[in-house]
Design a binder for this molecule. Structure first.
Ligand SMILES: *Cc1c(COP(=O)(O)O)cnc(C)c1O
Length: 369
């Protein structure tokens, strides 16, 4: 493990996450944004992202400055035209955020609400689309990082596409670890970011999008800097040059992270590691008396929400105890009951899971007396 520097700790958070030393080392060079070497790095990233998405020539990959939310906002504020209406399938904080974005831009939308512990009901989506011809686009989250639940985008995509609507997926915390056959599902737009399952550092997001959808959106953007079409047009025209200053160090780190994803064995191998670490963590925590929020059938491979084990449980106290031993955990985001989350994406391996479970075991034993 390359991360045993006493000044660092491992992040059990869903991004930023623990990166390899080699990814961080890629940032030690200052690069020029209009230099050919840098531009070809951008172009190689775009090509590799399309490959991960199984996407061919009818799709393109657009990189956008800012964290994942900037990517989602870029999509939702650039693609819908004046006559579009977006249906948002809400079962967590990130799908709720899509509604906030649409409201901020005064774009017509409807929130279809579902239980946060369940994947959206496909029949309800199908019925809503049949009853609401004004809806032209459907937007949903793949892995709801709020809870750890993996939504069933396949069955939803089937009814959305059969009904002839545009389908937008926030695959922020799944892309790179959960295989998504973007053309196979006929998805129009998939958004993710540098600091999630590809294991780069934070600083930009990326959008896999059908060229025809992007072309049809020309002139629709409500902002200048998040204009997805313009960003694409510049990347294409100038062979990998971003509009406005790009996060050069972050881009270099991401390129290295993509090489390391391939070396690990690609999406399948990474997904397998995450799922295995998630299973071990979850089973170990349950043995210690921590109950998970999401049932095993809906649990995604990257983060788990646990309820507080008792009323007198102190998150802050446990956070401090774990941090002293080199691990940082994540607060919960459920509204109904106090909870916390353990992420297992990034450079988290079996020995980390053992160490974390040991720390939780010690902590609970000393607080039971
Ligand atoms: C991380 C994440 C985002 C983006 O959040 P940022 O804080 O902007 O990085 C959006 N959706 C999901 C599902 C996420 O996990």
């Amino acid at each position: 493990m390359s991360n045993r520097d006493p000044n660092t700790y491992k992040l059990l958070t869903p991004g930023p996450l623990t990166t390899t030393l080699t990814v961080r080392e890629a940032m030690l060079v200052d690069r020029c944004t209009w230099d050919d070497d840098y531009k070809s790095m951008t172009q190689d990233i775009r090509a590799r992202l399309l490959k991960i998405a199984h996407a061919g020539d009818d799709y393109t990959a657009v990189l956008m400055q800012g964290s994942g939310t900037f990517g989602v906002e870029s999509v939702l504020s650039s693609l819908p035209g004046a006559n579009d209406h977006v249906l948002v399938l809400v079962n967590g904080a990130y799908s709720k955020r899509m509604c906030e974005i649409l409201a901020r831009h005064k774009i017509a939308h409807t929130a279809l609400e579902f239980d946060w512990a369940e994947t959206p009901d496909t029949a309800a989506v199908e019925a809503h689309l049949a009853a609401h011809p004004e809806v032209t686009m459907v937007s949903m989250v793949h892995n709801e990082t709020t809870t750890g639940l993996l939504n069933d985008i396949e069955s939803v995509a089937r009814v959305v596409k059969a009904a002839g609507r545009t389908m937008i997926v926030d695959a922020m915390s799944s892309f790179g670890a959960v295989d998504i056959d973007v053309p196979g599902l006929d998805l129009d737009v998939v958004v993710s970011s540098a600091n999630k399952c590809i294991q780069g550092v934070p600083g930009f997001s990326f959008v896999i999008v059908k060229k025809a959808v992007l072309e049809a959106s020309k002139g629709n953007a409500r902002t200048l800097s998040l204009d997805l079409y313009d960003q694409w047009a510049t990347l294409e025209k100038d062979g990998g040059k971003w509009r406005y200053t790009s996060p050069t160090h972050v881009v270099a780190a991401f390129h290295q992270a993509l090489l390391e994803l391939e070396a690990e064995g690609g999406v399948a191998a990474r997904g397998k590691r995450y799922a295995e670490m998630n299973r071990r963590l979850r089973e170990g925590m349950e043995k210690l008396g921590f109950r998970a929020y999401v049932t095993p059938e809906h649990q995604g491979p990257i983060i788990t929400t646990f309820f507080y084990p008792s009323d007198d449980f102190s998150f802050d106290d446990m956070y401090a105890a774990l941090k002293r031993e080199g691990y940082v955990i994540y607060p919960g985001k459920l509204t109904e009951r106090p909870s916390f989350r353990l992420g297992n994406i990034g450079e988290i391996h079996a020995e980390d899971v053992e160490a974390i479970l040991e720390l939780f075991s010690k902590y609970t034993a000393s607080h039971r007396a």
